[in-house]
Structure formats: C-alpha cells, structure tokens
Ligand binder design. Structure first.
Ligand SMILES: Nc1ncnc2c1ncn2[C@@H]1O[C@H](COP(=O)(O)OP(=O)(O)O)[C@@H](O)[C@H]1O
Ligand SMILES: [Mg+2]
Length: 333
C-alpha cells in the first residue's frame, strides 16, 4: 500500500484554475468533497494519470509518477456510470484487466472469484450487465477495479446514480472492503452525507482545498464560512467582542479577542432552557428531535434538541426560551 501526494499541482482551462497540495496517507480513506465544478474529477484524473498537470508533481509512496501513463500506475478506478462492457458477462468484465496483463487462466479464475465474493456477487458470473440492478452493476465495477490488486483505489461519485437506500448500503460496504484490504482510497463526492465513512475529508471550493481534516473536526471546527455551510446547517453570527467576550442577548462567547468576530456553532450545540429572552419564531418536528427557529435581538439562531431533552412538552412550545451555546468556533472574517 502507498501514500499519495500532490505537490503544487495546477491545471488551467479557459475559466477555471485548479491549484492543489494534498496528501492521502498509506491506507487512508480520503474524501474530496465539494460542489459541482470545484475540480474534484480533475484532481482525481491527475492522480490517475488521465490528465497531465500544467505544473507540480504527483507522488505514490514518495516516488514521482507524474510522467507515468495510467496503466503504469497501480490504480483501480470506479466512475459514476459503472462503464461496464455491455456485451460481456460479469466474469468477463471483471477478468478484463487481468487478461490485458496476460495473467494465467487459473489465476484469472481464482482472482475473479475472490473479487466477486469481496463485493457480494458470487454466483453472478454468467449474467450480463443489463440483467443487473444499478447497485449490482456498481459492485461489478468495484470488483473490476479491485481484481488487479491496485495500490490506490480512486472512486468518482460512485453512488450518485443509485437510490438512497442502496447508496447507504454500498457506501458502508465500500468502507468495509477498504478497511479489509487496507487500500489507500480517494473518494470524490459532492454529497456531504457521504462524509461519514472517511478518515479525512478535503473540502474543495473553486479549484482549491479550503480545509482538510477528520470529519468531526471539519463539522464542528470549520475554518471558513464556505466549509461551515457546505457541511450542514450552521449558525453564523457577526458580533463585536469587548474584553475577549462577544455577547448576544444573554449568550456569552469567550472569543479571546476584541473587535469584529464571526462566531460559528451547529444547531445541536444550542441548549434550550426554560425562561429567557430568545423568541421562538417557528419549529419543525423531525425524527426524534425538534428544530427551533429563534430570534435574539434581530439575529436568527437555529437550535436542535432530541425530544426527551426539552424543558417543555413538545405539544406546548413556549413563546420564549433561554439559550446556552455549548461550543462554538471562530471563522475567518
Ligand atoms: N477537459 C476540459 N476542458 C476544459 N474545461 C474542463 C475540462 N475538464 C474540466 N473542465 C472544467 O474544469 C472545472 C472543474 O471540473 P471538474 O474537475 O469536473 O469538477 P467536479 O468534478 O468538482 O464537478 C469545470 O469548470 C469544468 O468545466
Ligand atoms: Mg466530477
């Protein structure tokens, strides 16, 4: 297994410029997350060797692979649209890369069975792609990528064409397989729901990595407003701090600096207490929890509490409550 590193990599098109430094550790599951058009696929294609960077170098385990062709890099790739050969059976599809490499028939037989078992498709050898569901086709694509025992697995939005339920199941299975094989994996997605399976996430925005870190670190301690908003519902307040404290109504933020600050916190970091000056302007009942919309001195704050946590009965939401913000962080101004 290997680490993957992009050092000063850039790629320019008419109205787009990619500029990334990035590294995935040996055996790591790294997710590139960002909105459509931010440069995720381009980054992945540069790692695969399908695209040449204008400048910068790509390293696998410290070895410079920038000038190597895709087939000279030990990688497996899975795309969003499966890209299976329609006229070939599942067996033939998975065997294809091995046949290209002139592996013996016995070995091919053994490896294809291993790969199909790994993705839960034993017994499907003789089917054709059109006889399979989308999820099964993507399992075949995964088996085909893994059968050559690549050092690096690259996945570009592999679940985007699938239904939510299948997406969730296959996502968990990709993670299980990745752990089992200990394979360094770079996973591209625009869907923040997919952050859960990653060791680390690199959030991308207009051709750059805005922040890289572990999922919970990014979720609770984003550095920029973009990362904060991209990863879910945020409370972001612009306040003036004096003597290291920013105040809003009865809420105090010990920010440790003076002047203008941008304070960030998640809805679930807001505790609700009986009696206070926060006006309840609306609420939504969600599975197992309630989301409250609150107004404090003209600022909107969103709080989410599990239902048993409420200081009132869910059917009698009061007009005013108190708020305590349990943890927050500062965003760049
Ligand atoms: N071969 C190409 N020629 C010109 N522009 C391209 C090419 N490939 C990608 N782009 C542009 O680069 C930007 C990033 O694309 P892409 O890497 O596919 O983003 P993402 O995968 O995050 O949606 C887009 O504006 C896209 O139009
Ligand atoms: Mg893409």
């Amino acid at each position: 297994m290997v680490s993957v590193e992009l050092r000063g990599v850039s790629k320019r098109w008419d109205n787009f410029e990619l500029q990334v430094d990035l590294s995935a550790r040996d055996g790591e599951f790294l997710t590139l997350l960002g909105p459509s058009g931010c440069g995720k696929t381009t980054t992945l294609r540069i790692i695969a060797g399908l695209e040449r960077p204008d400048s910068g170098r790509v390293f696998f385990d410290g070895k410079d692979v920038t000038d190597l062709e895709p087939y000279e890099r030990n990688i497996g790739i899975v795309f969003q649209d499966y890209a299976l050969f329609p006229h070939m059976t599942v067996f033939k599809n998975v065997a294809f890369g091995l046949e290209m490499r002139k592996v013996s028939k016995v070995e091919i037989e053994r490896k294809v069975r291993w790969a199909l078992e790994l993705v839960g498709l034993e017994g499907f050898e003789n089917r054709y792609p059109e006889q399979l569901s989308g999820g099964q086709q993507q399992r075949v694509a995964l088996a085909r990528a893994l059968v050559v025992e690549p050092e690096v697995l690259l996945l570009d939005e592999p679940l985007s064409n699938l239904d939510a339920k299948i997406r969730e199941r296959l996502r968990a299975e990709i993670r299980r397989i990745q752990r089992e094989l200990g394979i360094t994996t770079i996973y591209v997605t625009h869907d923040q729901e997919e952050m859960a399976v990653s060791d680390r996430i690199a959030v991308m925005n207009v051709g750059r990595v805005e922040q890289i870190g572990e999922p919970l670190e990014l979720y609770y301690h984003p550095k920029t407003e973009f990362v904060a908003r991209f990863l879910g519902i945020s409370n972001i307040l612009e306040l003036d701090a004096e003597n290291g404290v920013a105040r809003l109504g009865g809420i105090e933020f010990n920010v440790g600096v003076d002047g203008k600050v941008r304070v960030f916190f998640r809805p679930e970091s807001v505790l609700v207490t009986p009696g206070g000056d926060a006006r309840v302007t609306g609420y939504e009942l969600l599975p197992g929890r309630i989301r409250l919309y609150l107004d404090v001195e003209g600022h909107t704050i969103i709080a989410e509490r599990p239902l048993p946590d409420l200081p009132f009965e869910p059917h009698s939401v009061p007009h005013k409550v108190g708020l305590v913000v349990r943890s927050f962080s500062l965003l760049t101004l």
